[in-house]
Design a protein around this ligand. Structure first.
Ligand code: TLP
Length: 344
């Protein structure tokens, strides 16, 4: 039975071109700055995002943590969405490991933070308060249907940040999904952010790694932070080689994943007992609800799993499906067929 694995785009396997590049990669000791393949990947990433410099890290979680450590000191405060991955799903690492205090405000359904909420959360100069240092945005927003945040919104947040001398970090685990969905130049989309982290190992299908981009000074600090959390990786060019292929070959095709997600959402909307608004789906992530008295979301997920379709139950009613490189349009037909039968 062919397994249609829609649990996450982290399930993607490296392409043949990546395996080839990995097998022949020139490597060196990256802690000494001597891995030519990592250096090349970092140059490419910085150029793509229009930033001075970049740093290869093990994961999205490490990318966010070392970015926060580079921007903030102990006791500083960050403003971020209550649905932000950094807040929800990274073990509170910023507080646990770096002494950084989070102030969460609600995410709007489109993944943005309301500008008024941001302004309200910025602390005045008072001996009782932590110092507000950083605003964190997520693009695309995983927990908000994979919504992309556009350049106009970024400009509006930048104005607030400038007024209060704050920095902006973008958790861009799926930053290229946002750029492709918006038809935006990644350079322009990143322009208002002080730092952006993006993942190579999600929709871009590399086996390991994320990259953070920003100024030379920021990257120098992030490099120190990466070392202290054990992220100095030596001959990791063997992994970065796949990242280079990911950036060269896997970005434009994300549009296919978005089309498949839309098709899945439109099909699901036709199935009685399932709630979803396909108009809210812009990239490769969809959330829907199963509204059946006689079936929990766990049971739904188990039943479709038995028929070869995998999705993630998240929250009391919500189920998440993510399209990616290994999911074809025919797979979506098959998944819809399985779900229709389970819901009968
Ligand atoms: N998200 C994963 C896991 O949480 C399950 C997923 O399947 O969506 N930022 C965002 C927006 C993310 O979605 C993720 C991973 C991360 C950061 C962390 O990346 P990794 O897993 O590489 O540490």
């Amino acid at each position: 039975m062919r397994i249609i694995d829609l649990r996450s785009d982290t399930m993607t396997q490296p392409t043949d071109a990546m395996r080839q590049a990995m097998a022949t990669a020139k490597v060196g000791d990256d802690v000494f700055g001597e891995d030519p393949t990592i250096n090349r990947l970092e140059e490419m990433a910085a150029e793509r995002l229009g930033k001075e410099a970049a740093l290869y890290v093990t994961s999205g979680t490490m990318g966010n943590l070392v970015s926060l450590m580079a921007h903030c000191g102990r006791g500083d405060e960050i403003i971020l969405g209550s649905q932000a991955h950094t807040f929800r799903a990274e073990q509170g690492g910023s507080a646990a490991l770096a002494g950084i205090h989070p102030w969460t405000i609600p995410n709007q359904p489109d993944g943005t933070l309301a500008l008024e909420d941001i302004k309200f959360a910025i602390r005045g100069d008072d001996i009782h308060f932590p110092r507000t240092r950083l605003i964190i945005l997520e693009n695309t927003h995983n927990g908000c249907n994979g919504c992309p945040l556009d350049a106009d919104y970024m400009k509006a947040v930048r104005e607030i940040a400038n007024r209060h001398k704050l920095k902006i970090h973008v958790d861009g685990a799926r930053f290229f999904n946002a750029a492709v969905a918006l038809g935006a130049d990644p350079n322009k989309l990143a322009a208002e952010a002080d730092s952006v982290s993006f993942c190579l190992s999600k929709g871009l299908a590399a086996p390991v790694g994320s990259v953070i981009c920003g100024t030379q000074d920021f990257i120098a600090n992030a490099r120190r932070a990466r070392k202290v959390v054990g992220g100095g990786m030596r001959q990791a060019g063997i992994l970065a080689a796949a990242g280079i292929v990911a950036l060269n070959e896997m970005v434009d095709r994300l549009a296919e994943d978005h089309a498949n997600a839309k098709k899945l959402a439109m099909g699901l909307a036709q199935i009685p007992g399932i709630s979803i608004d396909p108009n809210q789906i812009h990239t490769n992530i969809i959330f829907f609800e199963v509204n059946r008295e006689d079936m929990t979301q766990q049971e739904f997920v188990q039943q479709i799993d038995a028929a070869g379709v995998r999705m993630l139950p998240l929250g009391p009613k919500k189920i998440r499906a993510v399209t990616h490189y290994h999911i074809t349009s025919e797979d979506i037909d098959q998944a819809l067929d399985v779900i229709s039968k389970v819901m009968k």
